[in-house]
Design a protein around this ligand. Structure first.
Ligand SMILES: Cc1cc2nc3c(=O)[nH]c(=O)nc-3n(C[C@H](O)[C@H](O)[C@H](O)COP(=O)(O)O)c2cc1C
Length: 192
């Protein structure tokens, strides 16, 4: 298998991190890899909020916790939302796994490819991180709670413009565990 393929097979979500901070150079490398992703119309509207300080990370975490506590689940709720809401009842709630870096990726609200573009960018970032011996995990609680006024206030204070929507957030750092990657089902494909 070539190294790029190997890297894809090796990437797995990391939910425990060493406290060691990432250097600014490392984070910049990851962001530069992220923006190599394709994007609709080559718009490159994506924006990255890089939370490195404990103050920023725990401020957002607290607002997200409150937002998750009040999340309206509706009928037949998505299991991860139910679990997230339950986890948010605990005062030691931490959706970003105390990772040294927590990156929020946003795009213009009116951009029809907002989510697709950010998903591809984070995929690049994740694979770049794996290739550098770093771990990552998608953290969906920010997109889920971004309309909660407490979360919105934090995002605005961090500099996210009002016409931007959070598509993804991702925890990044040196892995402090080596989980087994969940088995993949064979691709469900029709050949015509
Ligand atoms: C759209 C999306 C949302 C996710 N949200 C979360 C999340 O909020 N918290 C979390 O721990 N993992 C989250 N994950 C990670 C998935 O649980 C994980 O990718 C999946 O279980 C497969 O495991 P692997 O990444 O180790 O291959 C998310 C992944 C995706 C693609």
């Amino acid at each position: 298998m070539n190294p790029v393929m190997q890297n894809m097979y090796e990437r797995t979500s990391i939910r425990k991190y060493e406290k060691t901070p990432l250097t600014r150079e490392t984070i910049d490398e990851l962001l530069k890899a992220a923006v190599q992703a394709p994007c609709g119309g080559n718009t490159q509207f994506w924006k990255f909020l890089v939370l490195e300080s404990d103050e920023a990370k725990y401020r957002l975490n607290l607002a997200v916790r409150d937002g998750m506590r009040d999340l309206v689940l509706g009928e037949n709720p998505y299991k991860s939302k139910v679990n997230g809401k339950r986890a948010a009842q605990n005062d030691d709630y931490c959706c970003f796994f105390h990772a040294p870096a927590w990156i929020v990726i946003a795009n213009q609200k009116t951009h029809p490819n907002a989510m697709a573009d950010c998903s591809l960018a984070v995929s690049n970032l994740m694979h770049a991180a794996t290739s550098m011996g770093l771990g990552t995990c998608w953290v969906n609680q920010v997109p889920w709670t971004q309309d909660d006024p407490r979360v919105e206030e934090v995002l605005r204070d961090f500099g996210l413009p009002e016409d931007y929507v959070v598509c993804v957030s991702v925890a990044v750092g040196i892995p402090a565990h080596a989980p087994k990657k969940p088995e993949r089902k064979a691709p469900d494909a029709l050949y015509l």
